[in-house]
Design a protein around this ligand. Structure first.
Ligand SMILES: NC(=O)c1ccc[n+]([C@@H]2O[C@H](COP(=O)([O-])OP(=O)(O)OC[C@H]3O[C@@H](n4cnc5c(N)ncnc54)[C@H](OP(=O)(O)O)[C@@H]3O)[C@@H](O)[C@H]2O)c1
Length: 268
């Protein structure tokens, strides 16, 4: 089934990472389309502001669900509270994500576990818990926010790139599994985007590409591309010409060359 899906007003979407950056802009884009929203993040104040913005933009209903998704039962708790308070979502946006820009052996193991929990375990658990009701209704949308970092190995962000590689591959397989049940699965693969992510990851002083203005995108544009990708039933959405071309080149060029090029970009 490759038909373009339509969005019906008032349907419920769960957005993780909705307190900031790309997730916040994805929630706002859905609000403009009259969708109801379950907003997840840790920062309650930021979530309340996101809720206010979404209601103002046209969301019929928006509620906040503060939850640490790195906690062992975080994703499970989030799914449970959303269902109890608002019912089963028709759309799931797995946006929450973290990175640490350091060589692996210098990253505390607790931080590595946190990255795996937020970037990998959470989307897996939420999909596992929420896709069955979409399947029953034969209608659903899953948007996984991956990254161009998922297309190749990335020194100094080795764990992050591997988690995003998981997201890219997992999305394509899941899409094949779920399309027959009317569930559309898309990976959004942004390049550099102006959000707090860069500073939070310690990437600001660490990346040669970041010095080029043209390499950057605004989170609103990334979110727009992501929603458009879902509407067009795309498997993968890259933002901008530079990253679209680089994605193709990483497939065509010898891997050893790509590794050296990326290592140079990352100040390895
Ligand atoms: N910015 C970029 O250059 C870029 C490029 C490619 C891909 N991405 C991806 O885009 C996604 C969004 O990132 P962003 O750029 O918008 O960064 P951001 O502004 O830092 O947003 C990250 C979001 O994830 C949430 N989050 C982090 N840890 C969490 C935890 N333990 N429990 C619950 N929520 C947690 C944050 O919530 P709180 O703040 O409330 O904790 C925040 O809402 C990520 O998956 C990232 O990998 C970003």
């Amino acid at each position: 089934m490759t038909s373009r899906p339509t969005f019906h007003p008032g349907e419920l979407w769960l957005v993780t990472g909705a307190s900031s950056g790309i997730g916040l802009e994805l929630a706002k884009a859905l609000a403009r389309m009259g969708q109801s929203l379950a907003l997840s993040g840790r920062n309650e104040k930021a979530l309340l502001a996101a809720r206010g913005a979404c209601m103002e933009l046209g969301a019929p209903e928006a509620r906040i669900f503060p939850q640490d998704l790195a906690a062992p039962r975080g994703a499970r708790e989030l799914a449970r509270s959303v269902r109890e308070a608002m019912g089963d979502p028709v759309g799931l946006i797995n946006d929450a994500g973290i990175s640490t820009a350091l060589p692996v052996i210098r990253i505390p193991i607790s931080r590595i576990r946190e990255q795996l929990a937020v970037n990998v375990r959470t989307p897996l658990v939420l999909t596992h818990l929420l896709a069955p009701s979409m399947r029953k209704k034969r209608r659903g949308f899953i948007l996984n926010v991956a990254s161009v970092a998922g297309f190749q190995a990335l020194p100094r962000q080795a764990v992050y790139a591997a988690t995003k590689g998981f997201s890219v591959h997992w999305t394509s397989a899941l899409r094949r599994e779920l399309l027959p049940y009317g569930i559309h699965v898309t990976a959004l693969c942004p390049g550099l985007t102006r959000t707090p992510f860069f500073e939070r990851s310690g990437l600001d002083a660490d990346n040669r590409l970041a010095g080029f203005r043209w390499a950057w995108h605004m989170p609103q544009d990334v979110a727009r591309a992501g929603i458009e990708g879902v509407r067009r039933n795309r498997m993968q959405v890259c933002t901008g010409l530079f990253y679209t071309v680089s994605r193709t080149l990483t497939r065509l060029l010898p891997r050893s060359f790509v590794r050296r090029l990326v290592a140079w970009g990352c100040h390895d």
